[in-house]
Write a protein that binds this ligand. Sequence first.
Ligand code: ZN
Length: 399
Amino acid sequence: MPIQSIKTALLTGMFAIGCGCATFLDASRASAQAEGRAERSEPSVRVRVIGPDGRLTEPMMVPKVVLSDAQWRQRLTPDQFRITRRKGTEPAFCGGLLANKEPGLYACLCCDLPLFGSTTKFDSGTGWPSFNAPVAVENIREKLDRSMGMIRMEILCMRCDAHLGHVFRDGPPPTGLRYCLNSDAMRFVARNQILTIAEDPTAATRTGRGEATLVSARKETAEAVFAGGCFWCVEAVFRQLDGVVEAISGYSGGTARTANYKAVMTKRTGHAEAVKIVYDPEKISYEQLLRVHFATHDPTTLNRQGPDIGPQYRSSIFFADQQEKKIAEAFIADLNEAKVFPRPIVTKLEPLKAFYPAEDYHQDFVVCNPQHPYVLNVALPKVDQVRRQFSDLVKPDGQ
Ligand SMILES: [Zn+2]
């Protein structure tokens, strides 16, 4: 079973090349993007669903369920999101379905596709729910997984691509297979409740939930608020990323009364120079924003970025909800564990109470003042670094 995906991507990249954050962040991002593109090119899949009579249907084409990260986070707990959408693994012997022996069906937690039946469940002693066969082979997608220095076969939900676990060839007869599952990737449906996940396949094909969510996902924007020193730089770094609709320089951490440059310079307001990033989660994810952020400022210097000293220049993530907080915490823990930086990360995680846009003359400062010495010496090198290091994340026109 894999460990949490951010960690997997980071550690694998780190060990493979044995150098600093720049290159390995790049590599993990590129592979994730390539995979995302490949999967989105298949809007329909051939699966069996539970029909109106409570039985499995014949294999049929249904729309894939494609949601943005933001939409999945609304539907799932942080642990469920980490496991199903980020290829995480729950601790052994902790899953809620491990000991379940009731008759019924185990469906995909994310899209209710039937996956396993209780008659194929067995006690493998591994600490994870184990089955020797899926309820329908069509409903499970297998994918070679080379993470963690091993070669394993990952299993995913065919309809929504939820990560489920892995399949191994050491199971009991008659199949000899062991499907090793995360409890948090499945929903148990007792036999007498089976109609609660019944679908009308004809209607699903016509007005399918997958098609509907594809449309709605494209309309959404999300927001992230990061601080990492002078907001001129942070804004310039993020505004060039494809999927970033807007990057606004401002202040966060203090009150409205002191949200102005003169007050913030006194170092007594609690504010940090921060940037609000409005982005399309279909094009760029919160994790990708974090990767860019940690690759473009020094998160190990307390209340300081290079020549800029004071708490207003602190490294900080202003999280809007518990999901963002957990993702950022895990991301930082992985960077520390992998010793990406020579010193511990001191980035603060602060609840986002309010964001106050800065004065007009601070907005678009780098674009408007390309000859300013600070822009030439500090900001533009960071902009160039992002264009090199995250070239496929940058907008085609670079603006
Ligand atoms: Zn699913």
